[in-house]
Design a protein around this ligand. Structure first.
Ligand code: AKG
Length: 242
């Protein structure tokens, strides 16, 4: 493996700059997206999501290996959040890529989009074909172990195009993804007893969060000590330009 470039805090290396992905991986991703997919619909009050296995085990393994080689994650300020008056390291690794000039506000941070590396362009094309829509930004989250997690939140920022789904591709360790209705989080007497919806996100799976899911439901990826393996998740998004 070639040595990784040294970077200043907060700076992110451009993934894939050193070595382009093999043409066979690019071709296999394009073939995978052209196959008929078997979708499962999950719906509840204001929740509308679709789930399928986009990549088979072998292709998901190769894609994960390419991303592990190519992608460098944020360090320094961009790897921290300000909560209850203190800075904390985020409990996972994160970086983002997108079309020129785009950025995304997340956990009180403005996350800049780095230029798309080739491997992620191929993955984006496969996800776009499966989802039937186009995306201009991706947030990549890497969970080093079952202790890494993401707390309850909504992806309802104003720069997200509400008409486009958020497409979440998962690689590596399977982990539970939990949706919670906004009214189930309210204090009594406004609280409604709506059960959470849990979906296991498997290696190579694609989850589409369709409108109005993100306005009505919160989602999280809870810590799971029984799931020690590395997991990489990519949420492809369509951002509106200011
Ligand atoms: O890793 C996951 O599946 C969760 C990602 C997520 O919630 C997000 O990017 O907003």
């Amino acid at each position: 493996m070639p040595p990784k470039k040294r970077k200043a805090d907060g700076e992110v290396a451009v993934a894939g700059a050193a070595r382009p992905p093999s043409t066979s991986l690019l071709a296999a991703l394009s073939e995978a997206a052209a196959r008929p997919l078997s979708w499962r619909k999950v719906s509840a009050d204001g929740l509308d999501v679709d789930y399928c296995r986009l990549l088979d085990g072998a292709l998901a393994d190769r894609t994960l290996a390419a991303l592990e080689e190519d992608v460098d994650y944020f360090t320094g300020d961009l790897a921290q959040v300000f909560v209850f008056g203190k800075w904390h390291d985020i409990p996972r690794q994160q970086c983002s890529f997108g079309d020129a000039g785009l950025s995304y506000k997340f956990s009180g941070r403005t996350v800049p989009a780095r230029p798309w590396p080739q491997s992620l362009l191929a993955l984006r094309a496969a996800v776009e074909r499966a989802a039937g829509t186009d995306f201009n930004f991706v947030l990549v989250n890497r969970y080093r172990s079952g202790a890494d997690h993401m707390g309850e939140h909504q992806d309802a920022e104003k720069e997200l195009d509400p008409a486009a789904p958020i497409a979440s591709l998962s690689l590596g360790q399977a982990r539970d993804f939990v949706f919670k209705h906004r009214d189930a989080r309210r204090p009594r007497p406004h609280k409604r007893d709506i059960p959470p919806v849990k979906i296991l996100l498997e290696h190579g799976s694609l989850l589409l969060m369709n409108h109005p899911t993100n306005q009505v439901w919160y989602h999280s990826l809870p810590a799971r000590r029984s799931c020690p393996g590395v997991r990489v998740n990519l949420t492809f998004r369509r951002m509106l330009r200011a």
